[in-house]
Write a protein that binds this ligand. Sequence first.
Ligand SMILES: NC(=O)NCCC[C@H](N)C(=O)O
Length: 313
Amino acid sequence: MKHANSFVDYTTDELKGILLLAEKIKQHPDDYSHILDGKKLYTLFEKTSNRTYLSFSIGMEELGGKAYNQLWKDSNFTIGDLMSEVKYVCRNVDCIMGRFKKAETTEGFMKNATVPVINGCDNTFHPTQALADMLTLYEKTGHFEAKVLYIGAKNNTYNSLSEIVTKMGGMMYGLTPFSQVTNVPADFYDKLTATGHYKELPTDISKEELKKVVADVDCVYTDTWVDMEFFTNPDYAEKKNQIINMMMPYQIDAALMEGTDTMVFHDMPIHPGYEITQDVMEKHLETILDEAENRRHAEKGLLVYLITGKLDW
Ligand SMILES: NC(=O)NCCC[C@H](N)C(=O)O
């Protein structure tokens, strides 16, 4: 039995297998509409969600299974012992997807569960977003060795994207003036650098140098500068303003993209006027929506793999 959290626990072949299965299911949905007949997925949300909620619910239904969705605040996880509650949930379902504020909670689920647990985005990792991003890059470029330039906050999305791009043999460039508290192991970024497939760009990089990287990569990627659990939190308002001031010079705008056919990716929700300008968002929206739709397709490949333990379907 396997969980889905850091891609350190996955081989390159395994990731390719999941993505190729996802693509097969996407192309031939009717052939896979009963593959998870009778299987049950429990999803639990401590944070807000659109894509994670819809993609797992509908994805599970399209595979013949069923999803049972609950908000953390309505659950007895708020008042009970985590270990025994997790073990109880596992008596009922075949897989768990949890979106939690803290990685400790995700890890608590993974340690105690007797069914596979998928991290649906905590403060450290966002693996299902990275699978969807890689599926989209594969569809658009025809290969897995993608070159990506991420400009934004060093956060959960960045960590998982960096893991998958390096693991697939591509090239990940990061320009991340601000870091969220993601609590990755101290050597996390050093290990990525040691692969030779990961490079952090200096924050004082000139516009000319940056434009050369933009022209060289397959896609420029950005994410919200402020994570969802802080976005409307009044206690975080001052910090939010500091982050915006620090990040504004690194906004993805038309001048940065001008003269290139480089794609723009965003994991959504988008904040036009902050991490990306309105015009760049509108120009690249179809690509961004392809990427968002691929959450469901990538997750279907992952669910089939984790629940059946097989990739050769
Ligand atoms: N598509 C998504 O699932 N979006 C997740 C947003 C990630 C962002 N770094 C956050 O934690 O709010």
